[in-house]
Every structure is written in structure tokens, then in C-alpha cells.
Design a protein around this ligand. Structure first.
Ligand code: NAD
Ligand code: ZN
Length: 360
């Protein structure tokens, strides 16, 4: 199945289906990518033994010359040091302006390889092959980046891929915890935009957790589609795109105070989404909004309570680092109902404190 991401002046397709990695060569040909220039595949040490051979074999069978660069798995690979190593591989192997860079992996590889593609010779063709559920979020929208020692995603670009090749079968090898964390962003897309889809997620959580191919395909198409619609109206994050941050204000603080690694991103934003719903209820929304939200998240085995050992003060100060407080007020994405959110700029520190305490 194909979903077109339309950004006005240009568009690109997201192909979603089974065994697409084995057809990589055919998709490259369909997009007219030259066989004269080498293709650089960037992947990580977990993904390489599981899926790299399929992409390599398919591209080579179609007559492409491939070069691979395999990084350590995990967030530390989103660094300038690793970026430079990938660049070295690209230069040493003679990649030129007509070359393509392929990201085969999760969001870490996608962000890193995307930034390489955006920078190498001022930009070469970029192809995303996401292998995590979370990457349905990171592979749409064109944000690519590496981290700075002092701050996450600080060095990057907006750079759109030529195509996204989403092989649902490649998700079968994901560890269970990564599955749940990825589904958290899928649920988020329902919560911010699409009530029927949020309900569908709730009704199909068992199938999704069991990695049922049809359910995954449908969920990824809907999730990517919602992200694509939001991004299409606001590619450079001027306004509407901020609704994608539901659960992220507190989520980032939880990740930061948990020392990155204790909570996966999807787990942290799950707690953040529960908190946002509770703040909204305190501000007058119907109590069922909170109940429905946590029921949905719990169905996926995601956490909805504030971890006991995280100190309120630490969370608040992490939030203050992340976001600007003016006169004790902070910008928050709050649910209006399931499927709709609003951006409010006057959430008081005190309201956040209260919710942190209540969710413990
Ligand atoms: P990840 O890339 O680290 O992947 C998670 C883990 O799963 C890793 O250990 C990886 O090796 C492993 N893995 C990946 N695919 C696998 C497979 N098919 N089988 C077995 N193991 C597999 O992390 P992620 O959760 O995919 O992405 C998180 C990153 O994405 C963060 O750096 C975040 O900043 C970024 N992100 C970017 C955007 C964006 O718009 N660019 C949006 C959201 C998140
Ligand atoms: Zn996120």
C-alpha cells in the first residue's frame, strides 16, 4: 500500500507492506535511482544480522553497488563523532552527488543517516527503511539530526526522503518492550487527531501487540497518515505541528530525570499523555477523558503512573530546562476529547505539580 506525503512543492511515497526489503532493488529502479553511483546503507548492530542481507541482496541483484556502515545500537550513535565516521565511509567509497543513503533501522539510524544524506555533498538522495514501530513517527516529517553533548537533536536539518520503504515483516524481530513503546506514538496519533482510529487501536491492542501483519499495516498507514497530514500543513513547526507533542513536555522530563535509558521514549510519553489528560480534567473536561486515555494506554501495557522514585522537583526543573516558563506558566498540549487536542500557554507550575503528585 502506498501513502503519499504531500508537502505542497514536493511529495514522496511511503510504501507499507510485507517483505518490501527484499524488493528494495525494484523500488530503487522504479524511482529511477542510478546504478552508476554507490548506495550507502547505514544500519545498527542489532538490525544488521537480522535484515541487512535482504536489502543488500535485492539491490545487488538489480545491479546496484552497495556499501554498508554499521553503527552501535542506541542513542549514543546519534553523535557528531559517528556522523563523521559515516562520512568517512561515504568518501572512501566514492559516493557522489547521484548516490543514495539508506537508513535501515529505527529512529536513531533514521535521524543519523538522514543528516548524513542532507549534508554529504550538500545533499544526496535519502531512502528510509524503518524497522521499528516508533519509526512510523520519525520517518515521516523530514526532521533529521544528531545530538550535542549538551542537548538532544540540536544539530540537524529538515530533509525529506525520496521514499519510505516500510517492511511490516521486519518488525517481527522487535523486542516486546520496543513494540509497546512504538505503539505509544501510534496511540498518540489517534488521540490528537482521529477518534475512530484511537478507538480502533483500543479494540485491536492484542492484535497489534502480537504483531499481526494486517493490524500493523493498517495501524502504520493511519499513524503515518496522521503525522503526514499534520506535517503537510506545518512542515517547519510554526504552529499546528506542536500538537504532535502531546505527552512530550512531561515525557521528556521523565526521560531526562530517569537518566535516558530507564524509560523508553514511548513509555515516558505514555505517562505524559496520562498527565495531560488529568490536567485537562482538572481544568473542567469530563473525567471520562482521563479514564478513557489511561484505559487505552494500559491496554498496551504502557505505564500511566508517575514513577515513585522520580522527585517532583527534578521533573519540574527538567521541564524548565526543556521549555520556557514565563511567570510560572508553561505551554502544554491538552486533550479536548479523544481525537482532539488544544495548545494552551497558561498551564501553571502548580497544576503540573499537583498532577505529578496525584499520578504517583
Ligand atoms: P532505535 O533506533 O534505537 O531502535 C530501538 C532498538 O531496537 C535499538 O536497539 C535497535 O537496534 C533495535 N531494533 C531496531 N529495529 C529492530 C528490529 N526490526 N528487530 C530487532 N531490533 C530492532 O530507536 P527508535 O525507538 O526506533 O527511535 C528513537 C529515536 O528516534 C530517538 O533518537 C528519537 O529522537 C528519534 N525520533 C525522531 C523523530 C523525528 O521526527 N525525526 C521522531 C521521533 C523520534
Ligand atoms: Zn515522540
Amino acid at each position: 500500500r502506498t501513502l503519499e506525503v504531500d508537502l505542497g512543492d514536493r511529495s514522496y511515497p511511503i510504501y507499507i507492506g510485507g517483505d518490501l526489503l527484499k524488493q528494495a532493488g525494484a523500488y530503487f529502479e522504479r524511482h529511477g535511482l542510478t546504478k552508476k553511483s554507490p548506495v550507502l546503507i547505514v544500519t545498527d548492530k542489532n538490525v544488521a544480522p537480522l535484515h541487512l542481507h535482504k536489502v543488500e541482496a535485492s539491490l545487488q541483484a538489480s545491479g546496484y553497488r552497495t556499501v554498508c556502515h554499521i553503527v552501535e545500537a542506541g542513542e549514543p550513535s546519534k553523535s557528531l563523532a559517528v556522523f563523521e565516521q559515516v562520512m568517512t565511509t561515504a568518501i572512501e567509497n566514492g559516493l557522489d552527488r547521484k548516490s543514495s543513503v539508506v537508513a535501515l533501522g529505527g529512529g536513531v539510524v533514521g535521524d543519523l543517516a538522514g543528516f548524513v544524506a542532507a549534508s554529504y555533498m550538500r545533499g544526496v538522495t535519502f531512502v528510509q527503511m524503518p524497522t521499528t514501530i516508533l519509526a512510523h513517527d520519525s520517518s515521516v516529517g523530514g526532521k533529521v539530526a544528531v545530538n550535542h553533548r549538551l542537548a538532544k537533536n540540536m544539530i540537524g536539518a529538515f530533509y525529506q526522503p525520496e521514499m519510505v520503504l516500510y517492511d511490516v515483516n521486519s518488525l517481527q524481530t522487535l523486542p516486546d518492550r520496543e513494540v509497546r513503546a512504538g505503539l505509544s506514538e501510534m496511540v498518540k496519533h489517534g488521540l490528537i487527531w482521529d477518534e475512530p482510529f484511537a478507538n480502533w487501536c483500543g479494540d485491536n491492542c492484542d492484535k497489534l501487540l502480537a504483531l499481526d501483519a494486517d493490524a500493523l499495516e493498517y495501524g502504520l498507514i493511519q499513524g503515518c497518515g496522521i503525522k503526514a497530514k499534520v506535517v503537510a500543513t506545518d512542515e517547519r513547526e510554526q504552529g499546528l505541528r506542536a500538537i504532535l507533542n502531546l505527552g512530550h513536555t512531561l515525557g521528556h522530563a521523565i526521560e531526562a530525570t530517569g537518566g535516558y535509558g530507564e524509560y523508553l521514549h514511548g513509555e515516558a510519553i505514555s505517562i505524559g499523555m496520562a498527565a495531560a489528560a488529568l490536567i485537562a480534567v482538572h481544568r473542567g473536561r469530563d473525567a471520562s477523558l482521563y479514564e478513557k486515555t489511561i484505559q487505552l494506554l494500559k491496554g498496551f501495557g504502557l505505564p500511566t503512573a508517575m514513577p515513585q522514585h522520580l522527585k517532583e522537583e527534578q521533573l519540574i526543573s527538567a521541564m524548565m530546562h526543556d521549555k520556557k516558563f514565563t511567570e510560572n506558566k508553561i505551554v502544554f498540549v491538552l486533550p479536548v476529547r479523544i481525537g482532539e487536542v488544544e495548545i494552551v500557554s497558561d498551564v501553571m507550575l502548580e497544576e503540573v505539580r499537583q498532577v505529578i503528585a496525584e499520578l504517583k
